[in-house]
Design a protein. Structure first.
Length: 574
């Protein structure tokens, strides 16, 4: 569906609608309401529906009536039966509204209307003869197919004089197929006469004193009446009518006015349709004497009375466009004259303001498409300042055209890089690649002690990194209330001698020699200082390297010094 707001048009399967509602590219159909006679709504002029009881389309002017829709190629439907001397009632193949739409024959003899009657019930019309046709008699019934045509068959008669071969008809048939001709009740074949305009000419003059009758199907005749000859009384029904005060058609300028007889007087580029007495540019103008009451209302077939489902309205005082749902008249969205949009608020203070104060709303903004993008432009700088975009696998955060950050499909936050090493064994959650700059800068507005990073798990806080006016402190949980089975360390010196301090360089930094340990050699002595397992690999076969927290060696060093101090003191005392 295409909404062309510039030209006030809507296209269905059509990206360039040429008229107000354009479904010209579709090849199927429109589906109108379908229901029984009992389900008819309160009629109003212009209503259109399909009646399943009568099996026909119907419309409303001052009452419901058939408007056509038979769809057949023939003008008549045919039903044939054989009499048995007792049966008088015969069901017809289609609903017939009036006997005037029937031609009935018994053994080829035309039957006058006083010889039968019709009644419709349950969607079926039954023809009942006043006397049962004789046994073996052929019964043939023609009924006018439900199509856009006259309401009844037209009848023209004359009495033959043995010499006159012409009969002037009261209307001109399209061709001979729209006529039924009888002489003394006997049907005449089409090859016994011809028609030119309204003149029917017999190939042989009807006998003197014979009764000639010609039945012609009424046609819908659309012509141009004499100026001023069609009055409201001729086209009006009930309280639905047209005149120069309600509907005005300006054929010279191709304009229509509703409640306005001068639609061309409201601008140099006149509107095609003017509703009310307002003024403005091309399009549709809806005006009212009451501020805020001019609106377009939308309702489905289940609404009753004045109930509607949604509306579009205008507030002249604030020059705002209002959108609402439900029949209470509450406004759900407002576009102000300052170009601001408010959802859930009628007075937005920002270009887009969403107020979600009700408990049954989910709130926020959701953009759903293959490639949703949220852009914020720097109008003063003339460029895009921020873009939030999804590329199908990752969510991207950009400044102008350059990507600055993304959240990848593994849930990792990446900055200045597009990939992480997340695998089945784990990996980064945050990856920062900032070159020579600080990857993370934790700042505070005070020189007093402040906690910069706190580490927690389901057991609570297990550590933190704090800053003061001149340094940082790396803090681990160590409260005695968190511990049990506390005993003094012993044998620290023997354990310390098992450690093997080394000098080495890392392969990735061959020019730098440092002091340290090999993780797997420390693991047997102080296992809590080491993470990982020697020679471990991940599920993909990549090395899963060990790590060391050298601060965990401090308790062993302290205990060793205490043991050495005790031994030294003992030696001094001896």
């Amino acid at each position: 569906m295409k909404v062309d707001s510039t030209n006030n048009r809507v296209g269905v399967l059509n990206a360039s609608p040429a008229v107000s509602l354009d479904a010209g590219s579709a090849t199927d159909a429109f589906h109108v309401p379908v229901g029984t006679t009992a389900q008819r709504p309160s009629g109003a002029a212009g209503h259109f529906r399909y009646n399943t009881t009568l099996e026909q389309f119907e419309g409303y002017t001052d009452d419901w009536g058939q408007i056509g829709g038979g769809g057949g190629a023939n003008a008549f439907a045919t039903d044939s039966y054989t009499g048995n001397g007792s049966t008088t009632a015969y069901a017809l193949s289609q609903v017939v509204v009036s006997e005037d739409n029937l031609l009935v024959f018994i053994e080829g003899v035309f039957q006058q209307q006083d010889a039968y009657s019709i009644a419709t019930a349950g969607g079926t019309t039954t023809l009942t003869f006043s006397a049962a046709p004789a046994n073996g008699n052929d019964i043939l019934i023609y009924s006018v197919v439900s199509a856009i045509s006259g309401t009844n068959l037209n009848s023209d008669t004359m009495t033959g004089d043995g010499s006159d071969t012409t009969l002037t008809l009261s209307l001109a048939p399209v061709n001979e197929n729209n006529t039924q001709v009888y002489i003394d009740g006997v049907y005449q074949n089409k090859d016994t006469y011809s028609i030119s305009g309204t003149t029917l000419t017999f190939s042989a003059a009807p006998p003197n004193g014979s009764a000639v009758e010609v039945m012609t199907m009424n046609q819908l005749d659309i012509n141009t009446p004499t100026d001023g000859s069609v009055t409201p009384a001729k086209i009006a029904s009930g309280d639905f009518y047209f005149d120069t005060n309600t509907l005005y058609i300006d054929a010279t300028n191709n304009l229509v006015g509703i409640g306005n007889s001068s639609p061309s007087s409201y601008s140099s580029s006149a509107r095609q349709l003017v509703v009310g007495s307002g003024s403005g540019s091309n399009g549709i103008t809806i005006t009212s004497a009451t501020n805020g009451s001019s609106a377009i209302f939308f309702a489905d077939g289940t609404s009753s009375g004045q109930q509607y489902d949604c509306f579009i309205s205008a507030n002249h005082t604030d020059s705002a466009l209002l959108f609402g749902t439900g029949s209470t008249g509450a406004t759900d969205m407002t576009i102000t004259s300052a170009g601001r949009v408010g959802i859930g608020t009628s007075a937005p203070s920002k270009p887009l303001q969403i107020t979600d104060a009700t408990a049954d709303r989910t709130g926020g903004v959701k953009i759903s498409s293959y490639l949703p993008t949220l852009e914020m432009d720097d109008i003063s700088g003339g460029g895009t300042s921020f873009i939030l975009q999804q590329d199908g696998t990752s969510t991207l955060f950009k400044h102008d055209a350059n990507e600055r950050m993304r959240i990848d499909s593994n849930g990792c936050l990446l900055r200045n890089t597009t990939s992480s090493t997340v695998n089945s064994s784990g990996g980064e959650i945050i990856v920062l690649n900032d070159g020579n700059r600080a990857a993370i800068n934790v700042a505070t507005d005070s020189t007093s002690s402040r906690t910069g990073i706190v580490f927690t798990n389901p057991n609570g806080t297990v550590g933190s990194i704090s800053m003061s006016g001149s340094g940082i402190s790396i803090v681990q949980s160590s409260d005695y209330r968190l511990k049990e089975n506390v005993v003094a360390m012993s044998g620290a010196t023997d354990r310390l001698k098992q450690l093997k301090p080394s000098r080495f360089n890392f392969i990735a930094d061959a020019d730098t020699t440092v002091d340290g340990f090999l993780a797997h050699e420390v693991q047997d002595v102080v296992p809590e200082a080491i993470t990982g397992t020697k020679d471990a690999v991940d599920a993909d076969g990549n090395p899963d390297y060990q790590g060391i927290d050298q601060s965990k060696l401090v308790p062993l060093l302290v205990a060793t010094i205490q043991e050495l101090e005790a031994r030294l003191t003992a030696l001094e005392n001896n």
